[in-house]
Design a protein around this ligand. Structure first.
Ligand SMILES: Cc1ncc(COP(=O)(O)O)c(C=O)c1O
Length: 386
C-alpha cells in the first residue's frame, strides 16, 4: 500500500469522544459532551413522522425545503430585524458543522489567514487547514474571555481575509456586546474582511441580555456568513439540521460545495421542523429562560463544592476553576473527576492551540435536574487535594 500523507496530521480522537467513553466506562455522570440529556418536544416528532407518512422521503431541494427557509427568514426577521432572501441567502445543511465546512472550503483560498479566538470550537481549524488557509488564533482569557479589538487589529496582515467569531461562546458561555459588534463592524469594513459568525447558541442567552447577531448590523450582515443549528435550538443534536445565512454572492459559492458534499439535508426532518416553527415558535423565544433555569439550579447545587464558578451568560455550559484545589493539569483533573468522583467534564486547555491551562473545566448543564443533583452531590466529595 502506498504511503498516503495525512491531510490533517494533528487530528486524533476528539476529547468529547474520549471523555464520553470514559464516562461510560466509569459509570460517571456525563456532563462533558454538549448535548441535551432529555428528549425534544413530542409535537416535533409527530410532525417529522407526519412528513414520513405523507411520503416526504425523497431528496429535498439542494438549498433546503422552501417552507423551512420561509420559517427561518421569519424568525431571523423577528429576532434581528434582518430579512434574508428566502431563495438566495438561506441554505439548510446537515448540522452547523457541515455548513462551516462548506463555507470555509468555498470562501477560503490557499494562503489566506483567518483570525479566530481560542478557546475555539474544534471544527474551525481542520476546515481552514483543508481549504489551504492558515488559522491565526488569539487567546481569550478566563474568567471573562473578552476580545481585545486592538490586539485583533494588530494581528491583521495583508493575508488576512476573514475573522471567525462564536457568539454565544463555546466553551466559555461568554457573549459579545453591542460595543464588540460595533468594533467588529468597523474592523471588518476597514480591512475588507469576511466574517464567519457561529451563532448556534443564538437563542440561549441569559439574564435579560440580548443576543447580538451580526445580522442586526446591516454593514456586517453584508459581509458575514452566519451558522445556526436546530440541534441546539430544538434539543435534537442527532438530527443534524442546521443552516447558513449569507449574502447571495457568498451563498452561491457555499452551495457549490454543499451540493457536492451532502447535496441536501434530510427531508422529513426539515418538514417537521418547518411545521413546528409555524405552530410552536414560542418555544424558540422561551429557550433562554428554559436554560437559564437549569443554569441557576446547577450553579446553586455546586455553590458549596470547592469549585469556583465562572460567569455563564449564554450557551449551555458552565465553567469552573479548580485553582488551589489541585495541581493536576486540567486534562488529568477531568480524568480524576471521572474515575474517582464520578462526573465527566471537558478540560479547557484542549480548546487552545497552545494548550494554555488555567485550571478551568467545562460542564454541560443541558441535563435533567436529577442528573445535575447527583453530579453536584458527587462533586461535594471534592475536598481533598487531588
Ligand atoms: C460552537 C459550535 N459550533 C458548531 C457546532 C455544531 O453544530 P451541529 O451539531 O449543528 O453540527 C457546535 C456543536 O456542539 C458548537 O458548539
Amino acid at each position: 500500500m502506498r504511503n498516503i500523507p495525512s491531510k490533517l496530521p494533528q487530528i486524533g480522537t476528539t476529547i468529547f469522544t474520549v471523555m464520553s467513553r470514559m464516562a461510560t466506562e466509569y459509570n460517571a455522570i456525563n456532563l462533558s459532551q454538549g448535548f441535551p440529556g432529555f428528549d425534544c418536544d413530542p409535537r416535533l416528532i409527530r410532525w417529522v413522522e407526519e412528513g414520513m407518512r405523507k411520503g416526504i422521503n425523497q431528496y429535498a431541494p439542494m438549498a433546503g425545503l422552501p417552507s423551512l427557509r420561509a420559517e427561518i427568514a421569519r424568525i431571523v426577521e423577528k429576532a434581528y430585524g434582518f430579512s434574508p432572501d428566502i431563495d438566495e441567502e438561506i441554505t439548510l445543511c446537515s448540522g452547523a458543522t457541515e455548513g462551516l465546512m462548506a463555507a470555509i472550503l468555498a470562501l477560503i483560498h490557499p494562503g489566506d489567514e483567518v483570525i479566530l479566538f481560542d478557546p475555539s470550537y474544534d471544527s474551525y481549524r481542520p476546515a481552514i487547514s483543508l481549504a489551504g488557509g492558515h488559522a491565526k488564533g488569539l487567546n481569550l482569557k478566563a474568567p471573562h474571555f473578552h476580545i481585545d479589538w486592538d490586539v485583533v487589529e494588530e494581528s491583521i496582515s495583508p493575508r488576512t481575509t476573514a475573522i471567525m467569531i462564536n457568539n454565544p461562546h463555546n466553551p466559555s458561555g461568554a457573549i459579545l456586546s453591542n460595543a464588540d459588534l460595533t468594533r467588529l463592524e468597523e474592523v471588518a469594513k476597514k480591512h475588507d474582511l469576511l466574517v464567519f459568525s457561529d451563532e448556534v447558541y443564538e437563542h440561549i442567552v441569559f439574564d435579560g441580555l440580548m443576543h447580538e447577531s451580526v445580522l442586526k448590523y446591516p454593514e456586517l450582515a453584508a459581509r458575514s456568513v452566519v451558522f445556526s443549528s436546530f440541534g441546539k435550538t430544538l434539543h435534537v443534536t442527532g438530527w443534524k439540521v442546521g443552516y447558513v445565512v449569507a449574502p447571495e454572492v457568498l451563498t452561491k459559492e457555499i452551495r457549490k460545495v454543499h451540493q457536492y458534499t451532502t447535496f441536501s439535508t434530510s427531508t422529513p426532518f426539515q418538514y417537521g421542523i418547518a411545521e413546528y416553527l409555524k405552530r410552536c415558535e414560542e418555544e424558540v423565544w422561551n429557550l433562554g429562560n428554559f436554560y437559564q433555569a437549569k443554569r441557576d439550579v446547577f450553579r446553586e447545587l455546586i455553590s458549596d463544592t470547592p469549585l469556583r464558578l465562572l460567569p455563564s451568560k449564554g450557551s449551555y455550559f458552565q465553567l469552573v476553576s479548580y485553582k488551589g484545589l489541585s495541581e493536576l493539569k486540567d486534562t488529568e483533573f477531568v480524568e480524576y473527576l471521572t474515575k474517582e468522583i464520578g462526573v465527566a467534564a471537558i478540560p479547557i486547555s484542549v480548546f487552545y492551540e497552545d494548550g494554555r491551562d488555567d485550571k478551568v473545566i467545562r460542564f454541560c448543564f443541558a441535563k435533567e435536574e436529577r442528573e445535575l443533583a447527583i453530579a453536584a452531590s458527587r462533586l461535594k466529595r471534592l475536598e481533598v487535594k487531588a
